[in-house]
Design a protein around this ligand. Structure first.
Ligand SMILES: *[C@@H]1O[C@H](CO)[C@@H](O)[C@H](O)[C@H]1NC(C)=O
Length: 219
């Protein structure tokens, strides 16, 4: 009896965890970067993104990730509406990615880089614009944890800590700890898939970006 209950419970948890890391609903109607799912576990998944192109704000000094994302998103929204050097309109995509960099400056401000995923159609020649940079990323791995609702500054650190805890001791953890030395200097990134006016089925993710070099202890 107890065994059956345990089995049912673990099956239930498996179902819950599978449904937690589903493809965000937004990606069924707007373009999102494709990835290969390398591993899916309770509490995290490992993805590999092939070469992606992003348009990014210059770093924004802020205390609040929510504020930095709002500022950065407004600039990027203008950009896709045609405020760029080609007056070209670009389709909306997801996610909007807020990379968090540590700051050694005063007042506990961090540095945030807010980026928009450039649709495939525009990747060869994204329109330049003042204050925005095109970033062409090499293939990269991401450890990912999903969470719902509106992103709050108070939750982001907890979600990142939970992701760190769930990958601790796995074969990925040393590669992730070395992420900074491998050119991914951000502490973590927050990927947001929904527009501010969407209230239901909101999906957000914490990403730890990392490389898997040959000879890395992780593999
Ligand atoms: C990424 O690149 C690899 C190697 O070229 C390929 O096998 C894979 O299908 C690509 N994945 C996606 C999601 O495009």
């Amino acid at each position: 009896m107890a065994v059956t209950t345990t089995f049912k419970l673990s099956l239930l948890f498996t179902l819950i965890s599978v449904s937690l890391s589903a493809i965000p609903p937004t990606c069924k109607h707007i373009e999102c970067p494709n990835y290969d799912l390398i591993q899916a576990e309770n509490g995290y998944e490992i993805r590999r993104y092939n070469s992606t192109v992003w348009i990014s704000n210059d770093p924004i000094q802020e205390i609040s990730l929510v504020e930095a994302t709002r500022t950065g998103f407004l600039r990027l929204f203008d950009y896709i509406q045609g405020k760029n050097n080609y007056q070209e309109k670009i389709e909306m995509t997801a996610p909007v990615l807020s990379e968090v960099f540590p700051s050694d400056g005063p007042f506990c401000k961090s540095s945030f880089v807010v980026s928009f995923y450039v649709p495939k159609k525009n990747q060869a020649n994204p329109p330049p614009a003042k204050g925005l940079q095109v970033q062409r990323c090499k293939p990269v791995y991401a450890a990912v944890r999903q969470f719902g609702g509106f992103v709050k500054d108070t939750d982001v650190g907890e979600e990142a800590a939970a992701l760190k805890a769930s990958i601790a001791g796995t074969k990925w953890s040393s590669a992730i700890d070395q992420g900074g030395s491998a050119g991914h200097a951000s502490v973590y990134s927050v990927a947001q898939y929904n527009a501010p006016f969407e209230f239901d089925n909101r999906v957000n993710e914490i990403w730890f970006l990392f490389d898997l070099e040959s000879g890395s202890r992780a593999m």
